[in-house]
Design a protein around this ligand. Sequence first.
Ligand code: SF4
Length: 264
Amino acid sequence: MQERLDRAKRRQLLKEDQAWIGKAIDLSDIRTVQANTRHLTLMLLDTGVKRRASKAATFAAQLLDSTMMKQDAKPAACTKGCYYCCKTYVSVTIPEVLRVAHAMRGQAEKSARVAEAATVSAGIAQGAREVNRVICPILRDKVCSEYMTRPLACRAVLSKSLETCLRIFEENSGESFPFTDGTTDVRVYAVAILQASLMLSGLSHVHFEMNQALAVALREPDAEERWLAGEALFAGVPVDEADLKPSSLGAMTHALVENIRPTL
Ligand code: SF4
């Protein structure tokens, strides 16, 4: 393990970071990724910041959105009212779940639908979700009713072919999702920043199935405080199997952790 940088060097890094914090990530410049990871970690470590888990999810979402907007990609085939992908397995970190739950509190009918979808989801193995579809309980009248707080996975699902989406989601064709160019890279960077920050601040960084995790968060009015205090509130929700296998996202997250740790 690398030794912690001395105070002067840490201060200098924080000063330089200001140029990149909260701005679109430059995928060719790792300093922009490191600066945002350090910022997010320090925010998560600051116990004086209320609802800091939800705020971390908001920060990661804004980073992803602004980076997507800067991408020189062809326009996506997705339009308002196009909801075909909203019945796939949605993988979320706990801060993302807490953020959506906070936005949904007090909406009894919607919470009941989440609880129902959670029960259905719990009965389907993750690998079978691509044929046993579960409509997202947040979907209303063919639009996402929590569009502003939707998770990173949903924000990054931008398709370049409606025809392919229809075959995938309506006919279960088994094809790969036709992401617009660059979308996957942006998502990987945004998720790696969030996950590395969670690891560095001693919080759970793994992904869970959204319906089940959201049902837990909605059931407990003080879910965020309790989770931040170390309570294993989500212990009964299955972890996304993708997080248990080696991946480029996992490698990037661990590399970021090793890089940032000595600078805190
Ligand atoms: S959260 Fe919104 S965008 Fe994501 S699957 Fe549900 S309805 Fe669709």
